[in-house]
Write a protein that binds this ligand. Structure first.
Ligand SMILES: *[C@@H]1O[C@H](CO)[C@@H](O)[C@H](O)[C@H]1NC(C)=O
Ligand SMILES: *[C@@H]1O[C@H](CO)[C@@H](O)[C@H](O)[C@H]1NC(C)=O
Ligand SMILES: *[C@@H]1O[C@H](CO)[C@@H](O)[C@H](O)[C@H]1NC(C)=O
Ligand SMILES: *[C@@H]1O[C@H](CO)[C@@H](O)[C@H](O)[C@H]1NC(C)=O
Ligand SMILES: *[C@@H]1O[C@H](CO)[C@@H](O)[C@H](O)[C@H]1NC(C)=O
Ligand SMILES: *[C@@H]1O[C@H](CO)[C@@H](O)[C@H](O)[C@H]1NC(C)=O
Ligand SMILES: *[C@@H]1O[C@H](CO)[C@@H](O)[C@H](O)[C@H]1NC(C)=O
Ligand SMILES: *[C@@H]1O[C@H](CO)[C@@H](O)[C@H](O)[C@H]1NC(C)=O
Ligand SMILES: *[C@@H]1O[C@H](CO)[C@@H](O)[C@H](O)[C@H]1NC(C)=O
Ligand SMILES: *[C@@H]1O[C@H](CO)[C@@H](O)[C@H](O)[C@H]1NC(C)=O
Ligand SMILES: *[C@@H]1O[C@H](CO)[C@@H](O)[C@H](O)[C@H]1NC(C)=O
Ligand SMILES: *[C@@H]1O[C@H](CO)[C@@H](O)[C@H](O)[C@H]1NC(C)=O
Length: 434
């Protein structure tokens, strides 16, 4: 490694607002001339004195950071008993990541504005190409995403712009790396099961800012967390194989959204017709939406496959069975209709039919995967009608059509990705006007 660098220089800490919607990441320094970190090595070889070292920016002696050793050598300190370290980009900039449940980088003085939400920065005028490109699920040779998919469900991007696809029918999650590496299965074995390396009809997925993947493992009645590189998950909510309606149990959880600024998980708890807010590490959740029974009133969630939060603490629930999206402001016992009709599904522009996944933008506009209408709708905040942004409303397999779209996600550049479940493909619709 000694041939790789000669100099270590600290750059002024600066906030980097990654275009990835959900994330504010922080660049706190840069090591120049270091092109390689050994996965086991912790020394940043340098002959610089500690005066130039990054020690002033050190986060914590025993967690992660750069530290002066007694002989005035700069050391990169990494505690291997903790699951996360850092990301180094091709230019050797490095990013410290928060380590759940604590947020170590909030101790660093210029990084107090860390926060993440599920909101996108998207204008009401954004337009996407009418035709999509198949980026995953095709067996076309040469296509990076050539793993075949079986009824792809929810999809999501992490802060590094890697795409995650729930390959529902195979009880597994696949990652499509943004760096062009081949996709690979990162969770599940392909066979339904309840072991720690398995999933059983997993539904919602989300990734926190450290790269940990959370999965609503529906038929195991649990939320699993898979650390990067892990071959097994760990249970962070619910109990494997035990369903129930007390606040410490889940019954067919369908979605999980993690807030990386608070480590609250928001879980749509299927047969309990409720959304639970569950602090990472807690033994039970708190009910923040739904009243525990199905129904058509605005105090009920008849059934849902998603629940998203925004930075104001509101929970948005696409109610699949009622064909609507309802906003909940805890601790209210009823929600407010924000898209569709109270209980009247349909295909006119003021209606929805079986909405599955949603995405919020910071203006309160909602992008809705309108599964039963084979289209993606946008409801501007406060509007009484939606408009179609993708899909032409007729189920089909042409590049301008969708068939039972289940999942939606925006990449870092706000291109719209759709898990077109009936066609077993993932489509990308380019943003053409922002
Ligand atoms: C560091 O300095 C020592 C002594 O001057 C020298 O022998 C060594 O090669 C230098 N190492 C690097 C990596 O530059
Ligand atoms: C820690 O970082 C190194 C280098 O970036 C990487 O190879 C290793 O896999 C990381 N470890 C974990 C647990 O993420
Ligand atoms: C590493 O972190 C763990 C968990 O915080 C802590 O118990 C342990 O003492 C640390 N190890 C070192 C060498 O600092
Ligand atoms: C400096 O200290 C580090 C860690 O204590 C050690 O690994 C390294 O060999 C030392 N270097 C020299 C030149 O003594
Ligand atoms: C790396 O640096 C080059 C030259 O400054 C720049 O053009 C490029 O965008 C940088 N790449 C990343 C990933 O930051
Ligand atoms: C998938 O892509 C890889 C790499 O391009 C290729 O080796 C493999 O044959 C492809 N598989 C199929 C089924 O097309
Ligand atoms: C590409 O990204 C994936 C996912 O983060 C990572 O596992 C892989 O090592 C990366 N490949 C290269 C060549 O950097
Ligand atoms: C992962 O889970 C499998 C199945 O339960 C088990 O056999 C294996 O020991 C686990 N591996 C680790 C590293 O915990
Ligand atoms: C939930 O709402 C329904 C009406 O839709 C009502 O019948 C039921 O009693 C409510 N349950 C609770 C626990 O408030
Ligand atoms: C909203 O949809 C209804 C039902 O299709 C229609 O009658 C009405 O004209 C629409 N309003 C607007 C503003 O588009
Ligand atoms: C949707 O597109 C398909 C194929 O291009 C076409 O056959 C169909 O008529 C279109 N449907 C509508 C409602 O425009
Ligand atoms: C979308 O953008 C990609 C990358 O720029 C391009 O290769 C592709 O042709 C575009 N697709 C459409 C339908 O415009």
């Amino acid at each position: 490694m000694s041939t790789y660098h000669r100099m270590l220089r600290v750059l002024i800490a600066q906030m980097i607002l990654l275009l990835a919607s959900r994330i504010v990441s922080v660049q706190i320094g840069s090591i120049q001339g270091v092109s390689f970190f050994s996965s086991t090595g912790i020394t940043v070889p340098t002959n610089d004195s500690c005066a130039e070292c990054i020690c002033t920016m050190m986060l914590s002696d025993d967690i992660i950071g750069l530290s002066c050793s007694q002989n005035q050598t700069c050391l990169f300190v990494y505690n291997y008993s903790l699951p996360y370290n850092l990301t180094v980009d091709p230019n050797s900039s490095f990013y410290f990541r928060s380590l759940p449940p604590e947020q170590y980088y909030t101790t660093f003085e210029t990084t107090t504005n860390i926060g993440t939400t599920t909101e996108k920065q998207l204008t009401a005028q954004a337009v996407w190409s009418a035709t999509g490109d198949t980026v995953a699920g095709s067996s076309a040779a040469g296509l990076a995403g050539n793993i075949s998919l079986t009824g792809p469900g929810p999809i999501a991007f992490d802060i590094d712009n890697n795409l995650y696809v729930n390959d529902y029918g195979k009880h597994r999650v696949i990652i499509y790396p943004s760096n062009g590496s081949m996709p690979r299965v990162i969770a599940g074995t392909g066979t339904a099961g309840s072991k720690m390396n398995q999933l059983n009809s997993p539904n919602g997925i989300d990734i926190d800012t450290t790269g940990a993947l959370y999965i609503a493992d529906q038929n195991n009645h649990r939320i699993q967390r898979w650390l990067p590189g892990a071959t097994n998950g760990t249970t962070v909510a619910g109990t494997t194989g035990t369903s129930g309606s007390t606040l410490d149990l889940l019954n067919k959880p369908q979605s999980i959204s993690i807030d990386s600024s608070t480590w609250n998980m928001y879980i749509y708890d299927g047969q309990n017709y409720r959304v639970l807010k569950w602090q990472l590490g807690a033994s039970q959740g708190i009910m923040v939406a739904g009243n525990g029974s199905t129904g058509t009133s605005l105090s009920n969630i008849a059934y849902a496959y998603d629940a998203k939060f925004n930075s104001n603490g509101n929970i948005y629930v696409p109610d699949y069975n009622n064909g609507r999206v309802v906003k909940w402001t805890p601790p209210s016992t009823y929600g407010v209709l924000v898209a569709g009709q109270v209980s009247s599904s349909g295909s006119t522009s003021n209606r929805l039919k079986q909405p599955t996944q949603i995405i919020l933008n910071s203006a309160g506009d909602i992008y809705i995967c309108d599964y039963g209408n084979h289209r993606i709708q946008r409801w501007i905040n406060g509007a009484s009608n939606g408009s179609t942004v993708v899909g032409n409303g007729t189920a089909g397999s042409n590049s301008n059509q969708l068939h039972s779209p289940y999942g939606i996600a925006f990449d870092r550049f706000n291109n719209l990705y759709v898990a077109d479940s009936g066609n077993n493909r993932i489509l990308r619709f380019n943003l053409t006007n922002s």
